[in-house]
Design a binder for this molecule. Sequence first.
Ligand code: AMP
Length: 223
Amino acid sequence: MRIILFGPPGSGKGTQGDLIGRAYGFPKISTGDLLRQAVRDQTPLGKKAEKLMNQGQLVSDDIVEEMVRERISSPDCRRGYLLDGFPRTVRQARGLERMDGKKKEIVIEIEIRPDALAARLLGRRVCSRCGAIYNLDLNRLKQEGRCDLCGGSLVQRPDDHPDVIRERMRVYREQTEQVRDYYISKSVYRKVDGSGGVEEVFGRLKLLLDAELAGPEQRKARA
Ligand code: AMP
């Protein structure tokens, strides 16, 4: 099983991906996280990606596809995995099929009103140690500026600034939205309402995933 979480920056893919991963035992693969790690480690790939990421541009398909290919070949991905932030272009979607075409696939878009996105991104903070995601408007932290899980300091992502957010939204509309049509044509596309609290959205995702994982017979019986 492969779950692809789809949606614009700020729709909650990362947060919901963590919850789904934990609940269903699928590793979450976030290409953004993998790239940020490469930037922190200042690998040759990280150095190439850093400038583009800080400008809100996409990193090249070849680089990202190679990263995904390597990650999904790990033994922990054999049963299934969840992708967050990939594919972002139709070329990447086709590349993914070439890499691993046999898995049952479900693509879920987290739908959210465009005017809510910028506010979410501006309020987002991430733990510099463990990567946990928070929102200053929604989460009451045990200690200000510190991660509830590991105590690491919370930081703002360099691309969560107004100018870069605008560019990321433009790139999403221009390059990534076409991926939706690609998956609609493959009949694997679903959507959930992404408004409301984290638990509320997760509840909707869980209903959908439980039905998908149950298989056609059980789905018929429930209908
Ligand atoms: P994210 O954490 O998913 O918001 O990604 C942060 C940044 O990493 C994006 O704005 C891109 O610069 C880069 N990135 C992440 N995933 C991809 C991808 N699938 N294709 C190209 N660039 C990506």
